[in-house]
Design a protein around this ligand. Sequence first.
Ligand code: PMP
Length: 357
Amino acid sequence: WKEAILNLKPYQPGRSIEEVKKAYGLEQITKLASNENPFGCSEKAKDVMKNYGNSLALYPDGYATVLRSAVSEHLGVQEQELIFGNGSDEIIQVISRSLLYPGVNTVMATPTFPQYKHNAVLEGAEIREVPLVDGEHDLDSMLGAIDENTSVVWVCSPNNPTGRYVPQNVLVDFLNKVPEQVLVVLDEAYYEYVDAQDYPDTIKLLGQYKNLMVLRTFSKIYGLASYRVGYGAAHSELISRLDPAREPFNTNTIGQFAAAAALEDQEFIAYCHEMNKKGLAQFYDFCEKEGLKYYPSQGNFILIDVKGPGDEAFQFLMEKGYIVRSGNALGFPTSIRVTVGSPEQNEGVIRQLTEFL
Ligand code: PMP
């Protein structure tokens, strides 16, 4: 495991707008690479940003009191059942720092969000990756990978990068079989985009399973990615066990207040949810017309098989001013992952893709 740490490469996020502008001498860039919200954030959150400028000389509230109370009310969980992080990225790190170390193993799907593996490597834990089946978690096989040394199982639903999800009956069956000393982390970064009838009420399940933790974020539909606020909800004993591993002032002042205000504006969230549905339909139509395979998505992104190297489609689109993700780095070498943008952005990227094909 020491060698694995030495060989670990820094996490590669999508290319930034400024970087691409400079590299290709482009003025206009559309970034559909990191599953951000093309409609920005609520006006309520924007108002907060104007008002909190004066507090910036002070450290943020390490307990995130106002945000904690807002999220607790929104979800219907106790305040002590929540932990906040510098993005849900930090919660993944905190879980890993607390529960993973040499001698234990951790189970995850592949391909999935890469930070589970990245952090597990850093902690020296054994990594057990279980291939997706048709883009979905194979929870039976994941169960089979668990043994007495398993500490954490990661389930990403909807899964990044496939957009597929774990239905209610499958999740409950899994939770009933997982040994109670094993933590199941259910990463729901895209929860608010979900539109499936059989999607589980995961917050309700927290009351029944002390070894379940749900992760959510303000980076996606809430449109606050740059403020870095994510959270975990779980039994208070687990939260207390994790809390020492986070940084004392991990969520920043504006992020805390902007997130609390954003939560109040569920009309904006409903609007973004509907627009995302329409955007996905634009991509589905295009794929069907062109005979391209794709996964119907419950997130704000779509994985499209371009029938050739994803890197080439990625490069072609970038030179036209559209940043997407090549599926090559995500475990799908002949695909690209495109974030659903505004109707015009979707049209634009579809036009360029048609030209590429
Ligand atoms: N989980 C998943 C599945 C994600 O796709 C992302 C962001 N790409 C994150 C967690 C991290 O999000 P954040 O740290 O911005 O909350």
